[in-house]
Design a protein around this ligand. Structure first.
Ligand code: SF4
Length: 349
């Protein structure tokens, strides 16, 4: 059980539902585009949003952005403590920093003091790619994975710094692009401290590869009870990150949101265009928030039975299309009208 940390109007840790977050890829200074993207992400189910803050104009833009959105706003800061201070002054509910590159202990203390005054949270993230060479912290428990040990030891130096400053509103991330190292680092840290964990696999790749790596990395950790907020990092539209995050949470029975498509792999018995229909339905239903299992099965012999756990489904035979609910046929329609009638039924639900 991790401790509770408040990020704006959301609580993470302490048994709260695992929060889904993403990051904008617009220019933060372009307030209009950034707000529009955040709104799309909110609609997709994003609960915490992070914006990169590479310059002072971006930090100042946060104030307007925050006034137009309804989910907590996180500022992603590197190298310059003044950006962290401005981001906090302009309403960031949380900042994400690598304490090692913010400009030294005195500047870090200044950032901590403003965060305290603003009741903001700080995520301290150590990535395997940005480890310091002189780590003095000695871990009492070690993993067989040497990089994971170095990541956690490096992080612990920062954690103790924050604790000495009496700052406990911390969220932790320990990301490596290697899945097993990421898992080990989080496992190890969770034995040492109880701060909530932001989990994800960094630079995980494109939609297919990144989804696989993230599902395994995040999935294993969540299955072990680790992780309070997740970000699926993908080289694609950030809305996809949110959809994938919910599918991971759904698969583990942790949270339910949106449509889960159950479709058969197709075979020699296939009598409707399952591939096309399944993709079309996925696209057309992606903004439905209500949890719904929708089946697209290729033949009426096996389809309804195999997908009897679906809330609603379609299949077809040589001549007609069939709509079924919980395995029971409710409507037979011409194949031409199948998709249209099916979408009508889904809407009714
Ligand atoms: Fe083949 Fe029918 Fe199974 Fe689809 S549901 S894989 S078409 S047997």
């Amino acid at each position: 059980m991790t401790r509770k940390v408040k990020i704006g109007n959301i609580t993470i840790g302490g048994g709260a539902p695992v929060a889904v977050q993403s990051m904008t890829n617009t220019d933060t200074k372009d307030i209009k585009s950034t707000v529009a993207q955040i709104k799309r992400l909110e609609k997709a189910g994003c609960e915490i949003i992070r914006c990169g803050v590479p310059d002072i104009e971006s930090a100042l833009a946060l104030k307007k952005i925050k006034s137009k959105i309804s989910i907590p706003l996180v500022a992603d800061i590197h190298y310059d403590y003044r950006l962290a201070i401005e981001a906090l002054k302009n309403g960031a509910d949380k900042i994400r920093i690598n304490p090692g590159n913010i400009g030294g202990p005195d500047r870090l203390k200044e950032v901590i003091n403003i965060a305290k005054a603003k009741k903001a949270a700080i995520r301290i993230g150590v990535n395997s790619g940005s480890l310091k060479s002189n780590i003095n912290y000695k871990l009492k428990i070690e993993s067989k994975n040497k990089i994971a040990n170095l990541m956690v030891a490096s992080l612990m130096e920062y954690v103790e710094f924050f604790e000495n400053e009496k700052f406990f509103n911390l969220v932790i991330s320990l990301k490596a692009s290697d899945v097993l190292t990421t898992i080990e680092a989080y496992r190890l840290f969770s034995k040492i401290r109880d701060y909530p964990l932001h989990i994800g696999v960094t630079e995980s790749g494109t939609e297919l590869g990144g989804t696989i790596k993230s599902s395994i990395g995040i999935g294993i950790l969540l299955a072990e009870g680790l992780g309070d907020t997740i970000r699926v990092s993908l080289t694609t539209d950030p809305e996809m990150e949110v959809y994938v995050a919910y599918r991971i949470l759904d698969a583990l029975g942790l949270r339910k949101r949106g449509v889960d498509i159950i479709s058969c792999p197709t075979c020699a018995r296939t009598e409707i265009d399952v591939i096309k229909i399944a993709h079309k339905i996925e696209e057309m239903t992606k903004n439905i928030a209500k949890p719904l299992k929708i089946a697209v099965m290729g033949c009426s012999v096996n389809g309804p039975g195999e997908a009897s756990h679906a809330d609603i489904g379609i299949t077809g035979s040589k001549k007609i299309g069939v709509i079924f609910k919980k395995g029971k046929i409710i409507q037979k329609v011409s194949k031409k009208n199948l998709l249209k009638e099916f979408l009508k039924e889904i809407k009714k639900m």
